[in-house]
Design a protein around this ligand. Structure first.
Ligand SMILES: NC(=O)c1ccc[n+]([C@@H]2O[C@H](COP(=O)([O-])OP(=O)(O)OC[C@H]3O[C@@H](n4cnc5c(N)ncnc54)[C@H](OP(=O)(O)O)[C@@H]3O)[C@@H](O)[C@H]2O)c1
Length: 242
């Protein structure tokens, strides 16, 4: 299905996991795709595999975000799809949360996502689709995930207000909130077998999601088929939030 033909998409954090799967899906659906990430080798590997364009940028750095927006505008002009996907997960009891970890999570997941949206607003085309990668962590309350959950809940609040602010330009803004999905993020949090079994026990469909399943929802929200959908959050979680 080439329903994204003629559209240009920017995906932050597109070198692995959900961002990578979304880049593949949007490209297959006809979009011109640009991905970002901090790790040069990972970005280069992904751009080669997917045949897309890559930029190295740290979304927690305002200078990098501004340079990225300038570079994207210079190379591609305005864009039609903005997927703010970058994110990290760090767990700690509230009592023991180090300030540096608090800042890292909030600077990437919330401040970085917020300013990515902010600095790309001027180069969004009319009828563009913005998708913020949130999480069921904003709704369920897993122990040790207070900062991660707060970062995503904050993003959901921004999503609704952005939908209002951008409605005059017919730009749609939505959030996609996966439950646990088998991506590299699981290795990064040091997922043990017992934690995996515990997480699966919280999911009525009794399995982790796949990045490709999330990518299909992203592709739908990116397309004109979702033309009356804005200001909404979409759970894709195997029933975890029931
Ligand atoms: N997997 C899940 O279970 C799950 C569930 C709910 C929500 N999510 C959300 O889904 C999004 C994608 O996660 P994932 O599971 O696909 O994880 P992943 O495989 O670890 O991918 C994360 C991506 O974000 C990039 N990234 C991280 N920090 C960045 C920064 N400061 N600047 C630019 N890029 C950055 C990483 O690239 P570099 O390291 O090269 O920068 C990577 O491409 C995140 O927002 C996450 O919170 C995931």
């Amino acid at each position: 299905m080439k329903n994204l033909k003629g559209k240009t998409a920017l995906i932050t954090g597109g070198n692995s996991g959900i961002g990578y799967a979304a880049a593949k899906q949007l490209k297959e659906n006809g979009a011109q795709v640009i991905i970002t990430g901090r790790r040069k080798e990972a970005v280069e590997k992904a751009t080669t595999e997917l045949d897309v364009t890559g930029f190295i940028a740290d979304q927690s750095s305002l200078a990098d975000i501004e340079a990225l927006a300038t570079a994207v505008a210079g190379h591609f002009g305005n864009i039609d799809i903005l997927l703010v996907n970058e994110g990290v997960t760090k767990f700690s009891l509230i009592e023991h949360m180090p300030e540096a970890v608090f800042d890292e999570v909030m600077n990437i997941n919330f401040k970085g996502a917020y300013f990515t949206l902010s600095k790309f607003i001027p180069i969004l085309n009319e009828n563009a689709s913005v998708i913020l990668l949130s999480s069921t962590g904003a709704h369920i309350s897993p122990a040790q995930a207070a900062v991660y959950g707060a970062s995503k809940a904050a993003l959901n609040a921004v999503m609704k207000i952005a939908a209002l602010e951008l409605s005059g330009r017919k730009i749609r803004v939505n959030a996609v909130s996966p439950g646990p999905v088998a991506t590299e993020i699981m290795g990064k949090i040091g997922l043990s077998q017992s934690l995996e079994e515990h997480m699966i026990s919280t999911i009525p469909l009794s399995r982790f999601g796949k990045a490709e399943e999330v990518a299909k929802l992203i592709a739908f929200l990116s397309s004109d088929e979702a033309s009356f959908i804005t200001g909404s959050e979409y759970l894709i979680d195997g029933g975890q939030c029931i």
